[in-house]
Design a protein around this ligand. Sequence first.
Ligand code: SAM
Ligand code: SF4
Length: 329
Amino acid sequence: MAKQFEDNYHRKFYYLRLSVTDVCNFKCTYCLPDGYHPQQKKKPSFLTLEEIQRVTGAFAQCGTSKVRITGGEPSLRRDFTDIIRTVAEQPGIRKVATTTNGYRMARHVHEWRDAGLTNINVSVDSLDPKMFYQITGENMFNQVMEGIDAAFDAGFEQVKVNTVLLKDLNSQQLPQFLNWIKTRPIQLRFIELMQTGEMDQLFNKHHVSGVSIRNYLIANGWVLKLKSNNDGPAQVFCHPDYQGEIGLIMPYEKDFCKSCNRLRVSALGKLHLCLFGEHGVDLRDLLQQDEQRDELIARIQGGLAEKAVSHFLDEGNTGMTPNLASIGG
Ligand code: SAM
Ligand code: SF4
């Protein structure tokens, strides 16, 4: 193995989030409220299968063991199953995950599993179909629920569900969510709304901290679980009476960045050291031939030297990120 990717603050990077497209078919109010629009007139050309193979190969050589394929909506790529297979084939990659809005899961999740997908996250912002529509702009609640059933059927032992916590919307529905996971091995993760560049009033209106949920859980017998080194930033709670778990992702909490273990590569081949706050290091010219691997690794290592200690979101910074779909949330 080449030298493990590490930054100036001794954080090691086991986890790559790889965006494979910016395109999305949903219109989530906090992400793409007006739907997807390309940033330039020319149709963007997203990473090819060969480029994906080269970039994940380089990361794997430097200690990355987990890759999450994300977007935009990654399952919109026609070659999505081949992407999963390509990533899974890289020596050293032990976990291949994806984050999806779930609309293609019911039909394709078996095929994804067979190709090597080991972990799946589905976004479900409400268990009430009307509110689901209100938040995502799509009437696909039942389809997404069928997708989750299909994932269990395909052999996933646990499904993770991402729910962006929104004040006066789903924040009132904790009892419904808890009831849902009582008999299902679902890790339901409440993500605090993050402020991005294109967001104006929404953040002030709907941001709410996860603290009150954490207090509720602790007061009701839920216990915080320990983490392993390629786990995400969620604080995960379990309870003996529940098959499911609750995760809390609270990016505004002090020290959130201390345990950062992930790097991102955008669908256009830029290395992003953080979700927020920088332009990215272009890697694309070094993804054209297998022989460029050493140079590619050196460029990534050079970029890492610039990784900041924190995202400074708590100071109102939204950096360069217009929305999370554009960089792979
Ligand atoms: N389209 C896929 C999906 O929605 O699952 C993958 C990409 S999406 C950008 C990844 C995750 O980021 C989703 O769970 C979404 O809810 C979350 N997300 C998007 N914008 C966000 C924001 N402003 N604050 C917090 N989470 C956000
Ligand atoms: Fe699409 Fe995911 Fe953004 Fe919703 S959160 S608009 S599904 S990329």
